[in-house]
Design a protein around this ligand. Sequence first.
Ligand code: PEP
Ligand code: MN
Length: 358
Amino acid sequence: MSNEQLDQLRDQLDEVNLKLLDLINERARLAQEIGQVKRKAGQNRFDPVRERKMLDLIAENNKGPFETSTLQHLFKQIFKASLELQEDDNSKSLLVSRKKHPEDTVVDLKGEKVGNSEQKLVAGPCSVESYEQVYEVAKAMKDQGLRLLRGGAYKPRTSPYDFQGLGQEGLEILKRVGDELDMVTISEIVSPKDVENALEYIDVIQVGARNMQNFELLKEVGAVNKPVLLKRGMSATMDEFVKAAEYIHANGNSEIMLCERGIRTYENATRNTLDISAVPVLKQETHLPVMVDVTHSTGRRDLLLPTAKAAFAIGADAVMTEVHPDPAVALSDSAQQMDIPTFDDFLGSLREAGLFKG
Ligand code: PEP
Ligand code: MN
């Protein structure tokens, strides 16, 4: 074969490649349109019956020289890429994504704004144990000019024999202290059936790490008119975390705050591993406020200050930490809560470092 002949054949091949390119993209556009029609109709993107028919059509019309199985393999790749294209379209249009909504969401909690440029501090006991206990912590916070009070009434505990929280009584204590000291109360709800009742008692519903993918709970808190603090699951990827927030938004509630609280890794020097880069990732990917819970991230009192500094420095909208009047006798998370003088020092150090202005 002369060089000339080879060049000619290669030119022809290039032409066919370009035709294939056009055809593949034409196919992709059609697949996208089909995806939109299916989304509107609430149908699944992947339809195995339809895919089988397309593969059969290829088998019936194959005149060679390729083997049918080879062609079916190639076409399966094209089908798969088209499905992925539809998926990308979906994530571009997530309600919580910054692409969809470039401006920051600011959640207004009785006048305390989370998500604007002022960084906030959330504090309070791990568990609500008594009126006096919550009041003492809230009063110390109030004296420091802080209003965002956390406290667990329903506690998701690893062991069924551990303190499970005061439940309804805990909610009542939070309401009483909240009213008396004009605090904003945040408390975890673990069951969809308790959401409606909680609306009367607390200002923010927390969905805990263990429930980040409790989709029925997410739908329930998505359907109410109350801000939600969503914590990252212990093994959740950013994508899973963002999609959990999407469940809440898609059900009608756009007042969502995200909270990084450490993830499970092989490291056991800390209770969890604080994924500090989650903060800028979530700020880039979503328009929601992002908080860092330094207590559950580290499980170590001596690491609360340095991790809080890191969280503020990296741009977290708020830091959460646990404070108890007497941590040694706390009914949960005894090792990691700060007592009130330690909390005052913690705040003083953050302010001195210029990292917390609240
Ligand atoms: C909590 O904040 O009380 C709590 C249980 O945290 P997490 O869900 O992050 O473990
Ligand atoms: Mn705790």
